[in-house]
Structure formats: structure tokens, C-alpha cells
Design a protein around this ligand. Structure first.
Ligand code: NDP
Length: 308
């Protein structure tokens, strides 16, 4: 027998937890499935400087813990579980299977599953994962005290990771595939003025070398074709993210990049009645904690009106 629920929220980042706050206050008794990374990607960052209301900044983990206790205060139930399968319907019951085999039947569903870090796709990247290769400078940076490391990417994440790593590492190579940064001006300037950072422009990573652990990174200049081998003990791809929407492929309309389509622009409604989406899984444009939170709010209001 499936466990009957009024509203299930998949994901516990800013989108999922803001939806939970609003839905709980609307007496929808939401069940939040926290997913593979409770608290979402913000728990992987250090200081969040751009979330309104925190003039001195706030640690990502602290912000998420506060959002969670705010949601729980109004009666949201948080379960540390993830859905492994779903059977979505247009306006009917939304079926979910959990990791432990349990079945849920929800009258409404908010998908706030977020996005995951992208990898280059080199075989050595997989082989040396956690042996020098990491997607999280905040988590692993301290292991590289006094050692040279490399970051790949030209966005804000790459600048943030490179700056963070400069506190520990002896030298930080920043490998950028074009000759410009995608990062915001303020982050770009901060990175360029850091003496420990060395930018390799128009450059791509060809291979990672090392048997038991990373020792070197082979880089090719895309303009001259020249190759360089960098001594590196740490390697941090910071290439942006891909939406965590595989579970819904074939059931919800997705765009070419895999983001959930919201056909009624300005609302959180997906291609199925009763299924709403919020946050990075449905937003390829803004992808900010505050925009995700705003989308979570809209999804809860849309779900409330749908259930009414
Ligand atoms: P972005 O998509 O902004 O940047 C990804 C970077 O990786 C780009 O420079 C891109 O190159 C590069 N890249 C992608 N794929 C490859 C590849 N296969 N090989 C080499 N390089 C590659 O992602 P971010 O995670 O940096 O940022 C996402 C959002 O989060 C942005 O809106 C950003 O502003 C925000 N953010 C804000 C922060 C802050 O304010 N403190 C911190 C971190 C993120 P190219 O430019 O050539 O496409």
C-alpha cells in the first residue's frame, strides 16, 4: 500500500525548503525528501555573501540549517531519503518509490532536485577521484597545504574555488578554455590580483597523470597547440552544473540541456497538472540561492491553489 501524502517536495536546497516553509504555513503538511545531498549545494560552499538579509555573509551550511528549522517549526516533515523512481500523471496521483522500497502517492509534487557539478569526462578524472581529483575545494582544499593545484573553468565557481585554494596551496593554476572569464567582474578582479593564481588562457586539459594519486596535469593551448605538463597534486573541475532531472525523463517535459520546462512562464507549473518545479532543476539562467528560494515560494503557492 502506498503511503498517501498531500504534498511531497523532492529536494532540500533553498528551493525545496522555501517551498516547505510556505506549504507548511498553508497547512499542506508537506513531506520533504531531502535527497542525496541534504541542504543542497550551498552546504558545499563556505561563505554566502549575496543572500539578502545577511550583511556580514553567512556560512552555506548555517543558512540551510536555519531554513530547515524554519520549515520544521511550521510542521514540515523532513526525511533523509531520495526517490529512485516515479510514476507521474496529469492531474492524478503522483507515485514515488523510495530507496528503501517504500511507495508514496502524492496529490501534488514539487520537484526541487537541483543540479550537480559537471565533469570533464576524462577517464583519469574518474580513476583519480578522491585521489587528488575533487569537485569540492571547500571540502578537500585543506588536504593540499603547500602543494600545487589546478582549477578548470572561468566562471564564478572556478574563481571562488581558486581563491579558496590559494589559502592552502603553494600555487594555483586556473585553466580557462577561452581568453575571457565568464565570472562576474568583482570575482574576476579578485582572482587576477591574487599572486598565487596563474591563468592559462585558451587551454584545455588533455590528461591527468599519476598511478595511485594525481601527480601531473597535461594541458594544451587551443590556439598554438603547444602542450605543457603541470606538476599538480590537486585538480578541481569547476565547470558549472547539470540539472538532476534524469528521474523525470520521459515523464516531464525537459529542454535540450535537461532542465524541466515551465510552459506557463511566470509560474512553477510543469507539463503535468499537479507537478511543480523550482530551483536549479528548472532554471538554466539565474541559478542563485535567492532565485531558487523565490521559485520555491511560487511552487508552494501554485501547489496550494491546485490542491484547493
Ligand atoms: P558557469 O556556467 O557560470 O561557468 C562554467 C565555466 O566552466 C565557464 O567558464 C565555462 O566555460 C567552463 N566550462 C564548462 N564546460 C567546460 C569544459 N568542458 N571544459 C572547460 N571549461 C568548461 O558555472 P558556475 O558554477 O561558475 O556559476 C553558476 C552560477 O552560479 C552563475 O550564475 C554564477 O554567477 C553563480 N555563482 C556565484 C557565486 C558568487 O556569487 N559567490 C559563486 C559561484 C557561482 P565558457 O565560459 O567557455 O562556457
Amino acid at each position: 500500500m502506498a503511503q498517501e501524502e498531500k504534498l511531497v517536495i523532492l529536494g532540500s536546497g533553498p528551493a525545496g525548503l522555501t517551498a516547505a516553509i510556505y506549504a507548511a504555513r498553508a497547512k499542506l503538511e508537506p513531506l520533504v525528501l531531502a535527497g542525496a545531498l541534504p541542504g543542497g549545494l550551498l552546504t558545499r560552499t563556505t561563505e554566502v555573501e549575496n543572500f539578502p538579509g545577511f550583511p556580514e555573509g553567512v556560512q552555506g551550511v548555517d543558512l540551510m540549517m536555519q531554513l530547515q528549522s524554519q520549515a520544521e517549526r511550521f510542521g514540515a516533515r523532513i526525511e533523509y531519503a531520495a526517490a529512485t523512481a516515479c510514476r507521474l500523471t496529469d492531474g492524478g496521483s503522483q507515485g514515488l518509490t523510495l530507496e528503501d522500497g517504500r511507495e508514496l502517492a502524492a496529490r501534488a509534487l514539487i520537484v526541487a532536485t537541483g543540479a550537480s557539478p559537471r565533469w570533464l569526462g576524462l577517464p583519469a578524472e574518474e580513476r583519480l577521484r578522491n585521489h587528488g581529483v575533487s569537485a569540492c575545494a571547500t571540502c578537500d582544499g585543506a588536504f593540499f597545504a603547500g602543494l600545487p593545484v589546478a582549477v578548470v573553468g572561468g566562471g564564478d565557481s572556478a574563481m571562488e574555488e581558486a581563491l579558496f585554494l590559494s589559502r592552502f596551496a603553494s600555487h594555483v593554476y586556473v585553466i580557462v578554455r577561452r581568453d575571457v572569464l565568464r565570472a562576474s567582474a568583482v570575482m574576476g578582479e579578485r582572482a587576477r590580483s591574487n599572486d598565487k593564481l596563474e591563468f592559462l588562457w585558451n587551454s584545455e586539459v588533455v590528461d591527468l597523470l599519476g598511478e595511485q594519486a594525481l601527480e601531473q596535469v597535461r594541458v594544451r593551448n587551443r590556439v598554438s597547440g603547444e602542450e605543457r605538463v603541470l606538476d599538480c597534486r590537486g585538480f578541481f573541475p569547476a565547470l558549472g552544473h547539470q540539472p538532476d532531472t534524469e528521474l523525470f525523463r520521459g515523464q516531464l517535459e525537459l529542454d535540450e540541456a535537461g532542465y524541466i520546462r515551465l510552459p506557463d512562464s511566470g509560474t512553477s507549473r510543469t507539463s503535468l497538472a499537479g507537478v511543480f518545479a523550482a530551483g536549479d532543476c528548472a532554471d538554466s539562467r539565474y541559478r542563485q540561492a535567492i532565485t531558487a528560494a523565490g521559485m520555491g515560494c511560487r511552487a508552494a503557492i501554485d501547489a496550494e491553489r491546485y490542491l484547493a
